[in-house]
Design a protein around this ligand. Sequence first.
Ligand code: MN
Length: 241
Amino acid sequence: MTTLFISDLHLEESRPDITEAFLAFLDEKAAGVEQLYILGDFFEAWIGDDERTPLQEQVAAALRTVNESGTKIFLMHGNRDFLIGEDFCNRAGATLLNDPSVIDLYGTPTLLMHGDSLCTADVEYQKFRANMRNPQWQQMILQRPLKDRQQMARQLREISMAKNQGKEEFIMDVTPGEVIREMEVHGVQRLIHGHTHRPAVHELTASGEPAKRIVLGDWDKNVWWLEVRPGEEPALQKHPL
Ligand code: MN
């Protein structure tokens, strides 16, 4: 029995090397495992399930093949692909997962998040996030023609890059107090998230007990994944892309 966690692949047409690495990962690592969790920013951008680019269709078909071989696949939104909907998930044989979600991982309650909601020092971003996650706003956006949405996504990306350049390192990372608060609210001693692109296993104290925060890595230079088996410590792993 094995469960795998990945996040922050940022799949896009201009990085065929990452797509290739992902398809190889599915073949070599994911096929045959019990569960695969994808914790957000799977795609670099997402403007609606109706776009159906060749890349999206290829990835959906590959996931579906793994799902049909018996692997349960769960997908959580990131800050870049939060418009992924049920249509894509159906094509990919995946189940959409709320952020946050608590799962029972072989007997250990485990909190799963993308991670952007933990970066509370970035007040400006949190305001932006609240707007983007408003269901009415999303409905309005999804009704616009594809061309308009593609244009809007390009603009948002440029604005985001410009804003992040001026931000200090600590602002872009999680707020330690917010991590503990979320873990205590959900009554867990283990949290798995992505988003920050700072893969690591952090030991901390939550509810007066030892706790662990496991941060998944992005796929820019390495293939990162977390392997969890019953009775074993979760193992963060990587190999060069
Ligand atoms: Mn992210």
